[in-house]
Design a protein around this ligand. Structure first.
Ligand code: BGC
Length: 764
């Protein structure tokens, strides 16, 4: 036992607290936590308490000199509660040693990281994962991420990101689960469970952090960090469900968002953090700010660092990421009566409780193992899982004359700026990724074809003709610019295309074209790529477009002109092999969109679960004077929420209901038969929507209320059943009461949000 830890152990024993029994959560063990923490806090100075609230950046820990870093000095002085985004067990071990052996009380640090979609085995970006609608697989991906991250010494992940987004201009749509609160809540729940496992008992279970609380996905104009303003009804009905689900699943922590809500930044919004999150939802963990969110309140115009720090604490924020507001000013605020000791103690207690639940007081080195780091990261087992899940996330948007799947034969040309870039395969927010290990698409296709055919590559175009824009969209070592002119690149590609039998066009976004601070005012294919595509199509060769994207992009022209489009998002470390699996038909695509794909920029924000207007159009395609629409565009998206094709086809029967009336405590079963009417086996995602036909407030035209992913052999029929209870029919009314109002409801089941069979029933 290390020296300080030992002293600590002694003190605890003297105080009658058995450290050996202070294992994480559960039964009798939990009852030890309170006296243990009370005792510890009674020994802490104010400075040490504020230290626990401090989460500084780890930027200076880049060399092997961890122990001489600024952070290490602060840790030794007891001024740090945790550190984040440090990769490597040795560095983490050293910092933990400083905390345990060199600080006065030896309180261990927590080590956080943005393990958003995997550690080194990278899974598809979260938006893509959501398109699998496979909550079992998504949970498994979080489990694997936790196993690898913990093998890297990390015990806390800044995930899941559960912000609902209806605006694809916002670059961080890539990090969330799309536009729907029901699906978003289901995913939030399983991700928390996947990370935290059995109550953080084992050393491969890490603490989740639900973010960004709240409403970060609804910035005005889709511009990152921008103002959010919406009615309470909309918050509760359309945006809050995933956060609430994360809290109810037992997430150990929450992160505040950068935006204002009702004019008050989330980090200082007491209604949000204390009344809603803790009060209404019973959240008992701790709340950390987003990066410098406290000091950013100065720019928001709320006061100086001292004032905004006091506001954040009083609102219910516990930990300050990077701003140095708590550490730097709370002691002065305490003297001046701006905050009180009870408020500081409450925050300190929550952070110590998290450390206790993680088992760090019992063993500060619980997550530290050089052996695990060597053997449990980027294993073939984990990679196989990532590859399998990735195949479920691709969305087949179009497939004229069954151009896909391709045969592994002949001359295959892989063309486009995304064809041969290793660094852009994993997607945004892959902090611990080791891109050198990942295959490019070209390599994946070549490996799949082997000696059965001939695979060649040409770049064809840069990401954009605008070098500055491209530099901004390929930061963090993802650069891929080719110095040759667009004309030269295109000519080379066209000549390769002419000598090929089929063209795989790898186009779209780079990893960092979406993600944080990558809002786009135009989400269509950059012009130079479009010109390349036109030139490839002009050769008369069959063209399969693979659309790389971290958000829904606009593909109106492409959907008219390209025979086959597979939306591949960013599929993670195994994306290249997974794409080959689907392109060549080893796996049939089954992903379905979780964000509507607009026809044009003017339709944004766009989402399926909207209200009716008083003047709806009878036909979406046609303009009607004095009806709600655009004079120059339909209202409907190009590809709706829930849409995705397969290599086979599915047929849906009418919806059968087990009754036509239901009491508030009753249930109705809704059933359909789904038949695989094609020639191949395949997975189908069956979607259930409900409409409340008459309400005390206007109710959405449809809302997702259930989904099932089923496998059907060619020709096979399966009966799919959903159980409807009053709970599924509830919503927040004008008074924000959560009620199911008696009246008529429509039950709709089908393959996507626009193709549905309907049956009605009455709720009494
Ligand atoms: C992001 C968070 C992230 C944090 C720490 C911020 O810029 O908004 O999502 O967890 O940085 O890296």
């Amino acid at each position: 036992m290390k020296q300080k830890h030992f002293l600590y152990f002694l003190a605890a024993v003297v105080a009658g607290i058995s450290l050996s029994s202070c294992s994480p959560k559960g039964g009798d063990e939990d009852s030890n936590m309170e006296p243990f923490i009370r005792e510890l806090m009674s020994k802490m100075t104010l400075e040490e308490k504020l230290g626990q609230l401090n989460l500084p950046a780890s930027d200076d820990i880049v060399t092997g000199e961890t122990k001489d870093s600024n952070i290490a000095r602060m840790v030794a002085e007891g001024k740090v509660g945790g550190v984040f985004n440090v990769k490597g067990v040795e560095k983490i071990q050293e910092l933990q040693r400083v905390a345990v052996e060199e600080s006065r009380l030896g309180i261990p640090l927590i080590f956080g990281m943005d393990v958003i979609h995997g550690y080194e085995t990278i899974f598809p970006i979260p938006l893509a994962l959501s398109c699998s609608w496979d909550t079992i697989a998504i949970k498994e991906s979080a489990r694997v991420a936790a196993k690898e991250a913990s093998a890297g010494g990390i015990c806390w992940t800044f995930s899941p990101m559960v912000d609902i987004c209806r605006d694809p201009r916002w670059g961080r749509a890539s990090e969330g689960s799309g536009e729907d609160p029901f699906l978003g809540a289901a995913i939030a729940r399983v991700m928390v469970e996947g990370y935290q496992g059995k109550n953080l008992e084992n050393n491969d279970e890490i603490m989740a952090c639900v973010k960004h609380f709240a409403l970060y996905g609804a910035p005005e104009g889709g511009r990152d960090y921008n103002t959010v303003d919406m009615s309470r009804q909309r918050m509760f009905n359309d945006y809050f469900a995933p956060y609430k689900a994360g809290a109810e699943a037992g997430a150990g922590s929450f992160m505040t968002s950068f935006n204002t809500i009702d004019g008050v930044p989330a980090t200082a919004n007491r209604w949000l953090l204390t009344d809603v999150l803790r009060g209404m939802w019973g959240f008992e963990g701790f709340i950390v700010t987003d990066y410098t969110a406290i000091s950013e309140m100065i720019e928001h115009g709320l006061g100086d660092l001292q004032q905004v720090s006091a506001m954040a604490l009083k609102a219910g924020t516990d930990m300050d990421m990077v701003a140095d507001g708590f550490n730097g000013t709370l002691s002065k605020s305490l003297d001046e009566g701006l905050v009180n000791m009870g408020q500081i103690d409450a925050a300190v207690r929550r952070i110590l409780e998290a450390k206790y639940k993680l088992g760090l007081f019992k063993d500060p080195y619980k997550y530290i193992s050089l052996e695990r780091e060597k053997s449990e990261i980027y294993t073939s087992e984990n990679r196989n899982l990532s590859r399998k899940i990735a195949t479920e996330t691709f969305v087949l948007l179009k497939n004229d004359n069954n151009l896909l799947p391709l045969e592994k034969k002949g001359r295959i040309a892989v063309i486009g700026p995304l064809s041969n870039t290793r660094a852009n395969m994993p997607g945004t927010w892959s902090v611990a990724a080791d891109a050198q290990k990942y295959k490019t698409l070209y390599e994946g296709i070549r490996d799949a074809v082997g000696d059965k055919g001939q695979v060649s590559y040409a770049k064809g175009s840069n990401l954009t003709a605008d070098a500055e824009l491209e530099a901004n969209a390929t930061m963090f070592g993802r650069g891929m610019r080719d110095g040759r002119s667009e004309e030269v690149l295109r000519a080379e590609a066209v000549s390769l295309a002419r000598n090929s039998d089929v063209i795989i066009a790898a186009l779209g976004e780079s990893s960092e074209f979406s993600g944080e601070s990558s809002s786009r005012s135009d989400i269509s294919l950059p012009e130079t790529q479009r010109k390349l595509l036109e030139a490839l199509l002009a050769t008369g060769k069959p063209v399969v477009m693979l659309n790389f994207a971290g958000r829904p992009t606009i593909l109106s022209w492409e959907s008219e002109n390209v025979p086959a489009i597979l939306n591949v998002w960013f599929g993670g470390s195994e994306a290249a092999d997974a794409i080959a699996d689907v392109v060549f038909g080893d796996v049939s695509p089954s992903g379905k969109l979780t964000m509507s794909m607009p026809r044009n920029m003017g339709q944004i924000p766009i989402y399926y679960n909207h209200l009716n207007t008083g003047r709806p159009k009878a036909q979406d395609e046609k303009f009607e004077k004095f009806r709600s629409g655009y004079i120059d565009s339909p209202n409907s998206p190009l590809y709706p929420f829930g849409f995705g094709l397969s290599y086979t086809t599915f047929d849906y029967s009418e919806v059968r209901l087990s009754g036509s009336q239901m009491n508030q405590d009753g249930l109705i079963k809704a059933t359909v038969d789904v038949t695989n009417t094609g020639q191949r086996d395949g997975d189908e995602i069956v979607e259930l929507y409900i409409r409340d036909l008459v309400g005390s407030t206007s109710r959405p035209l449809k809302e997702l209320k259930g989904f099932k992913r089923i496998h059907l052999k060619a020709g096979e029929t399966k009966q799919v059943e959903f159980t409807i209870t009053a709970d599924l029919l509830k919503f927040y009314n004008y008074e924000l009461e959560y009620v199911a109002e008696p009246g008529e409801f429509s039950v709709m089941i089908g393959p996507d949000s626009e193709n549905l069979n309907i049956a009605n029933f009455m709720l009494k």
